[in-house]
Design a protein around this ligand. Structure first.
Ligand SMILES: [Zn+2]
Length: 382
C-alpha cells in the first residue's frame, strides 16, 4: 500500500460530514505536520467546532504554490451504500469510501508528499490550506482567506485539488443562492377579489426567472462547460395553509450559476427590479404586496486565460495538460479573487463518483497525483 493510500484510509475514517465537527481530522493533520516540524495555524468557526488549517513548508518567502482542499464531505443519508462509507475498503484498483474522490484523495497525496518536500530543501514555499464547510457553499474558507489577506500570503499560483482526473480546470461557474419572499393578502378562497394570492406572485416571479434562464442559454456558448452558459434554477417552494384560504405568503429558493463573462450581480439586479415592479402593481389595493429577494450565499466564478503562465507551470507537472471547464463550484474562484492569485482546479479522481453511494477513487489516480506532487517538489527545490 502506498503512503497516500494509507493516509487516505485514515482520512476516510473521520466522518467529516459538513454539519458535524471536523476537529478530529484537523488534529490528525496538525499532529502529522508537527512530526515533520511544520506548524499549523487554525481558524475556527464561531462555535469553535470546525477548523481551517494553514501551514507552510519551506522558506517563508514570496512565490511558491498554494495547495488547497476541503476536509468536509457530503452526507450519506438516503443513499444505498453496499460498503461501509467511513471505513475505506480496497477492491481491485479502487478504494471505496465517502470522500475518497471528493476530496480526501488529494489531501492524502499532499500529506504523503510532505516528507519529500521537507527533505528537498525547497527554494520556494508550499502553502497548505485545508478548509471546512465547502460542500455547503464554500463557507468555511472565508475566515481563512480573511487571515491570509491580512498576512499578505500571496504565492505565485494556487492549485485546488478537486477531482478532475488530473486535468486542468481553468474555469468554473459562480453561484448566488437566494430566497424569494412573496407577500400577498389573505381572504376566503371564494372571495378572490378580496385577497392577493402570494403563490401567484411567486409563480409570476418564477416565470421571470425562467425567461432570464432561456435568454442566457441562447446568448453565450462556452463549450468548456457541460452546460455551456449561465443557468438559473428554482429548488424549493412553500406557501399556503389550506385550500379555502387565499395564501398571504409564499417563498421559494433559487440560484444563479454564472460563467465569469455574465455579471451575476447585474442578473440579480434585473430580477430585483422585476420583483419591485410586480409587487407595486397591486400595492394600491393591497398594502402588503411585496416580493423581496434575499441572498444567503454566493461565491465568484473562475476563469483563467488560455495563455496564462499558471497553465504552463501546472502543465509541465502533468503527463497531459488537458484543459477543461468545471460545472460544479469550487473554492478556486474565491481564493483567486480574494488573494489576487491565479488558481486552477486539478486533482485525482472523477466527480462522476463524487456525492454518490459507493464513492470510490482509482488507485491509479492517487498514483498520478503522487507523481504530480513529486514533480512540484522537484520544481520548487531547483
Ligand atoms: Zn469537493
Amino acid at each position: 500500500m502506498s503512503p497516500s493510500e494509507k493516509i487516505l484510509e485514515r482520512l476516510v475514517s473521520f466522518p467529516t460530514i459538513s454539519r458535524d465537527s471536523n476537529a478530529e481530522l484537523i488534529n490528525y493533520l496538525r499532529d502529522y505536520l508537527a512530526e515533520f516540524g511544520i506548524d499549523s495555524f487554525l481558524v475556527s468557526n464561531d462555535e469553535n467546532t470546525k477548523f481551517n488549517l494553514y501551514a507552510v513548508i519551506g522558506p517563508d518567502g514570496p512565490g511558491g504554490v498554494l495547495l488547497s482542499g476541503h476536509t468536509d464531505v457530503v452526507p450519506i443519508e438516503g443513499q444505498d451504500w453496499t460498503v461501509a462509507p467511513f471505513c475505506a475498503s480496497r477492491q481491485g484498483g479502487r478504494i471505496y469510501g465517502r470522500g475518497t474522490t471528493d476530496m480526501k484523495g488529494f489531501i492524502a497525496c499532499v500529506l504523503a508528499m510532505v516528507p519529500r518536500a521537507v527533505a528537498a530543501k525547497l527554494a520556494e514555499p508550499i502553502h497548505l490550506v485545508f478548509s471546512y464547510d465547502e460542500e455547503i457553499g464554500c463557507i468555511g474558507i472565508r475566515g481563512m482567506l480573511d487571515v491570509l489577506e491580512v498576512k499578505q500570503v500571496k504565492p505565485s499560483y494556487c492549485i485546488v485539488g478537486e477531482p478532475t482526473s488530473m486535468q486542468i480546470g481553468i474555469a468554473h461557474k459562480g453561484k448566488i443562492g437566494m430566497t424569494c419572499r412573496c407577500h400577498g393578502a389573505s381572504a376566503h378562497s371564494a372571495l378572490t377579489t378580496e385577497g392577493l394570492n402570494a403563490i401567484y406572485l411567486a409563480c409570476d416571479m418564477i416565470v421571470e426567472i425562467r425567461n432570464l434562464h432561456n435568454e442566457l442559454s441562447s446568448a453565450s456558448l462556452h463549450k468548456e462547460f457541460g452546460v455551456p452558459h449561465s443557468t438559473l434554477h428554482v429548488g424549493t417552494i412553500e406557501g399556503g395553509t389550506a385550500l379555502n384560504i387565499i395564501p398571504n405568503y409564499c417563498e421559494f429558493k433559487f440560484e444563479i450559476r454564472n460563467i465569469e463573462a455574465d455579471n451575476a450581480g447585474l442578473l440579480l439586479k434585473r430580477l430585483q427590479n422585476s420583483a419591485r415592479t410586480m409587487a407595486r402593481r397591486y400595492r394600491n389595493k393591497f398594502e402588503a404586496s411585496d416580493i423581496c429577494i434575499e441572498v444567503f450565499n454566493q461565491y465568484p466564478a473562475l476563469q483563467i486565460e488560455q495563455d496564462a503562465e499558471i497553465l504552463g507551470f501546472v502543465g509541465d507537472l502533468l503527463d497531459n495538460n488537458e484543459i477543461i471547464g468545471i460545472d460544479f463550484g469550487t473554492e478556486a474562484g474565491m481564493i483567486s479573487s480574494r488573494l489576487s492569485i491565479p488558481a486552477v482546479v486539478c486533482g485525482p479522481g472523477s466527480m462522476d463518483q463524487g456525492h454518490k453511494p459507493d464513492e470510490f477513487i482509482l488507485r491509479s489516480e492517487l498514483e498520478r497525483c503522487d507523481t504530480f506532487l513529486s514533480r512540484l517538489v522537484h520544481r520548487l527545490s531547483q
